[in-house]
Each structure stands twice: as C-alpha cells, then as structure tokens.
Design a protein around this ligand. Sequence first.
Ligand code: CA
Length: 223
Amino acid sequence: MRILVVEDEKKVSSFIQRGLEEEGFTVEVAFDGEEGVKKAESQTFELILMDVMLPKMDGLAAIKSLREKGIQVPVLCLTARDSIDDKVAGFDIGADDYLAKPFAFVELVARCRALIRRGSNDRGAEISFADVKLDPVAHKVWRAGEEIVLTSKEYALMEYFMRNPNRVLTRQMIAENVWDYTFDSFTNIIDVYVNYLRNKIDQKFDKKLIHTVRGAGYALKES
Ligand code: CA
C-alpha cells in the first residue's frame, strides 16, 4: 500500500511518514505542489495526503491538475484552515475527504484505510473509454459492443491504459505497472505488446485509441 504525502512542513511530513510506516504503509513524501503532481504522475499510489497550503502550487490546484490529467487516486486533504469554503472548494475539484490540522493520528489512519478500501472497491467497477468497456472482475474487454479476446498480458496493459486515459504513459511506467519490474534494454517488449493490443483494439476501427507519443511513450486518447 503506497501513500504519497504532500506536505511542506518537514516536521509534520516526517511525523506522518513515520506513523504510517509503523502502520505498514509505504510512504513517499513531496514538499511542494509541483513535486507532488510529478510524483503522482510517474508512480502508482493507493492514496494521496495533500496539504492545502503548499509552496509553488497549492494543494487545491495540485488536486485539480491531477484530476485533469485523469489521475483518480483518492485524495485526503489536510489543512489548518477548517473553513467551509475550503471544504467546498476541495470537494468541488476532486478531493475525497478532508481532515483539519491538528488531527489525532488514529483518526488520520482510519480515514486513510477507509479511502483505500473505497478506492479498491471502485476498482471492481466497469471502466469505459470512448466505445471501449472493460470489466476488471471478469477481465473482459468490449469495443463497440463486441467482445475482444485478449491474452492476460494484453489485458493487463489495456487495463493500465483504461485507468490512465488521456495521459502519456512512458515505457518505464508501463514496465513498472504492468510487468511489475523495471526494464532497461528490453523496452521493445512493450512496443511489441502495444502492437498486439492495437491489432485487436484499433485495427478494424476508424477511430484509433492507442496513440504513440513520439519520444515519450503511449497514450489512450480519442484523437
Ligand atoms: Ca503547509
């Protein structure tokens, strides 16, 4: 279970990090909003703890930026400003829960567990993108209502694309998230699998969904 903590006050972030690690979580820390967004884009987390008052980019802007990029990781907002306005703003832009500082650590852990549980329940729900539908429980994929039979690796790759639409996925990210390890010189295996997937998902359709982003990687998008 990986949690990203975005908090500029080093005392607070190291306190949270230590506490969560004692609870068995793996914790990554970012000290400003920009760094937080970068880490959330390039790594996989089950939860993000986001302070609102942050340098470079504040927490609300960071959440907005993540949601716009299609990153749907649950976010728990942390703030000293327990005002109604902040809560409304936070929920409006895609925060999932809210905790005012100072908080009791047990309360923080309880909220974290609840959000992670909710997030993983959502993982069972069907995902749609354009005319593609994916059932993560049955491991089945349909395009334009017709089932597309995929091998297990092709399916894993497609699920990763479907969970991260409209976003450039580098070969490194694909390797780490679909193959569970890091490739160095074997990145062409990813190109091979993307081509297998294209043959099944895109070939007989006018609208292509799996796009090459030159010099960067791949993206699932409508144009
Ligand atoms: Ca702060």
